[in-house]
Design a protein around this ligand. Structure first.
Ligand code: 23J
Ligand code: MN
Length: 265
């Protein structure tokens, strides 16, 4: 065995030990999938996502005397979920652009958490800009290549109508401005961008140029999105490792998933 294999063996044993004895903490970044969780609403001229549905098959009864189980159905972009590059037209011709072909290596990556909870509480239409990223980097260091940028807004603490914040003129939720995602992809080579809101884009981003710039630039560059994340307030600005493995849906554009973050306890 090479020295490199030895090092990997040591790391794996230490990892299992630290998880078992609590030296590493696993933070669940996932909302509970249920019919009560808000689903994205597109303008009425477009198709709509189905909400999460669950119906009982049996519950230790005549339909199955010893077993409990359900049928479930949902849109791919329901609850805490993953966006693959094929979700947007800009990523439609890229290789390995669906959830079933996503390289497994990309399912685990470090996270940078940008805390914009104060700005988002003051302004539901708060937009993250390059200046905010540069200010964060002055404090915490450069964003490493192939790491996630997660936008903490504390939006995940809102419920019902406040969460979707859908008004007459569309949704009002914070998100990236028209430039910052392109900058993060080209200047920092991020693997993806995650939010606590229903989209990786701001609620009003359909009016931006290009429309939905986070989707446009992330997926056009083969990068990923995470939406409806929870518990970002439990993560350090830097040092968490995110595990995000979407369902292996043939030709799928995204899927609900369990998102876990490993942090030093
Ligand atoms: C389709 C069109 C626009 C948006 C979205 C989906 C999402 O937010 C999503 O879940 O990917 S903004
Ligand atoms: Mn999505």
């Amino acid at each position: 065995m090479s020295a490199r294999d030895d090092a990997a063996d040591v790391v794996l044993v230490q990892l299992a030990g630290l998880v078992a004895d609590g030296g590493l903490k696993l933070v669940d970044l996932t909302h509970t999938l249920s019919p009560d969780f808000p689903t994205i609403v597109m303008p009425p001229e477009f198709g709509q996502s189905a909400p999460f549905r669950m119906e009982r098959i049996s519950c230790y009864d005549g339909d199955g005397p010893a077993w409990y189980w359900n049928n479930i159905s949902f849109g791919e972009h329901t609850g805490t979920h993953f966006d693959a590059p094929i979700h947007w037209y800009t990523g439609k011709d890229l290789p390995l652009n669906t959830v079933d072909t996503l390289p497994t290596r990309d399912m685990i990556a470090p996270a940078n958490v940008i805390d914009c909870s104060r700005q988002s509480a003051a302004d539901a239409d708060f937009l993250l800009g390059v200046e905010d990223i540069l200010a964060w980097e002055r404090e915490h260091g450069l964003i490493a290549p192939r790491s996630w940028v997660l936008l903490r807004t504390d939006w995940s603490k809102k419920t019902g109508r406040d969460y979707a914040n859908l008004l007459d003129d569309g949704a009002h939720t914070p998100g990236p401005d028209a430039d910052v995602i392109r900058w993060l992809v080209t200047e920092r080579d991020i693997i993806g961008f995650g939010t606590e809101t229903i989209g990786t884009d701001a609620g009003q981003a359909g009016h931006f140029s290009p429309p939905y710039p986070a989707h446009h630039f992330l997926h056009g560059a083969g990068r990923y999105g995470l939406q409806c994340l929870a518990n970002l307030d439990q993560l350090p600005p830097k040092g968490a490792v995110v595990i995000a493995a979407p369902l292996k849906i043939r030709h799928g554009s995204g899927s609900p998933l369990r998102v876990l973050a490993l942090i030093a306890a």
